[in-house]
Ligand binder design. Structure first.
Ligand code: NAD
Ligand code: UFG
Length: 337
């Protein structure tokens, strides 16, 4: 059984990926400092796969402990690196936390992996690296624009650091997966997104409003230059995102990669407006959502959706689930909380 290290493996996307990896027959080791997750996620993973991954509570900002940990697990085939801080707004107020947590931890991991004969690395990147792209859909060749937040900058810097490492060491293979907007939960409703405090993202805010935890959703602006005036995003089921990591890993394992650094967009290729997402919720829940239009949110890009041709034809991955599927799973998950 090939051993894979998943950093941040108890978080939202990480936990779904651990499930997909275990189902695909990999042995998984998780490190997480539980800064944005709960140890109970292990129970959910066990309930779905009948296995628990090996788990170590480790803060990757601790360089020495990270080195020791990787030495102990010298036999891992690859690392999937999810651990990071991810709140765009928070990163504006506390940029140093973001540079430390997202950049330092990456460097410590790479330094240690770079000593191996062969290293395989999958990086959680984001469509934020494109900023407000001029042309839709966004391809992997779209220009990487000036980042709009320290968080976005950490993803750009992260990709650059990995790319340079790959250039300097041809035995270092990496794939950056640029997620668009992951939403939803595992179909079993045993794991899902656990936003701490008031959700910043649209879908958890909608499901919490639907279930009465929040009173009303604020829709940030309806005067954008889109069909209904609200912003457009490419919402992708988290299980599709998770499966892409397994496919990316198999690409490295089977030596199918064309370059030792590759990047792929993970989206559905379809853009949905905020109002369309609300309609999707109303369809799957049979409930009316209480919402009002308020001012635009600072820093929002108007439209972002993926060109998925490269992921489809080169990586061999395609999103299977629709917006309604993802919303249905998010709503079922909300009702278990
Ligand atoms: P998450 O916060 O749910 O998961 C991240 C996990 O990493 C958490 O369990 C947290 O406790 C852990 N972690 C954070 N810092 C750590 C550290 N120093 N040491 C050890 N563990 C640490 O986030 P997520 O939504 O699952 O995102 C995973 C990755 O995907 C992140 O890198 C994020 O930037 C990226 N991403 C997320 C989205 C999204 O919308 N969710 C979009 C694009 C990219
Ligand atoms: N929105 C609302 N009301 C809310 C929350 C969001 O109207 O209460 C709107 C936003 O204005 C935006 C859309 O819903 O138009 C989506 O917003 P999200 O906050 O859910 O998602 P973003 O596209 O702003 O950003 C998300 C993550 C980032 C990640 C990015 C790309 O928060 O970390 O997707 O992957 F980088």
């Amino acid at each position: 059984m090939l051993k894979i290290l998943v950093t941040g493996g108890l978080g939202y996307i990480g936990s779904h990926t651990v499930v997909a990896l275990q189902e695909a027959g990999f042995k998984v080791v998780v490190v997480d400092n539980l800064s944005n997750s709960s140890i109970k996620v292990l129970d959910g993973i066990l309930a779905i796969t009948s296995q628990v991954p090996e788990f170590e509570n480790l803060d990757l900002r601790d360089k020495l402990k990270t080195q020791q940990f990787l030495k102990k697990h010298y036999d891992i085939f690859g690392v999937i690196h999810f651990a990071a801080s991810k709140a765009v707004g928070e990163s504006v107020g506390n940029p140093l936390l973001y540079y430390e947590n997202n950049v330092n931890t990456l460097i410590y991991l790479l330094q240690e992996l770079n000593k191996k004969k062969n290293a395989n690395f999958i990086f959680s990147s984001s469509c934020t690296v494109y900023g407000q792209a001029d042309v839709m859909p966004i391809t992997e060749e779209s220009p990487i624009k000036l980042a709009e937040s320290p968080y976005g900058n950490t993803k750009q810097i992260g990709e650059a650091i990995i790319k340079d490492t790959c250039k300097s060491n041809l035995n270092f293979n990496a794939i950056a997966l640029r997620y668009f907007n992951p939403i939803g939960a595992h179909t079993s409703s045993k794991i899902g997104e656990l936003p701490i405090g008031v959700p910043q993202n649209l879908v958890p805010y909608i499901t919490q409003t639907g279930s009465g935890v929040r009173e009303q959703l604020s829709v940030f602006g309806d005067t954008y230059s889109t069909l209904d005036g609200t912003c457009i995003r490419d919402y992708i089921h988290v299980v599709d995102v998770a499966n892409a990591h397994v496919i990316a890993l198999q690409r490295l394992l089977n030596n199918e990669h064309q370059y030792n650094f590759e990047a792929f967009n993970l989206g559905t290729g379809t853009g949905s407006s905020v109002l369309e997402v609300i309609q999707s919720f109303e369809r799957v829940s049979n409930k009316k959502l209480n919402y009002k239009i308020v001012d635009k949110r600072k820093g929002d890009v108007v439209t972002a959706y993926a060109d998925t041709n490269k992921a489809n034809s080169v990586l061999g991955w395609k999103a299977k689930y629709s917006l309604d599927d993802a919303m249905d799973s998010a709503w079922k998950w909300q009702q278990t909380l």
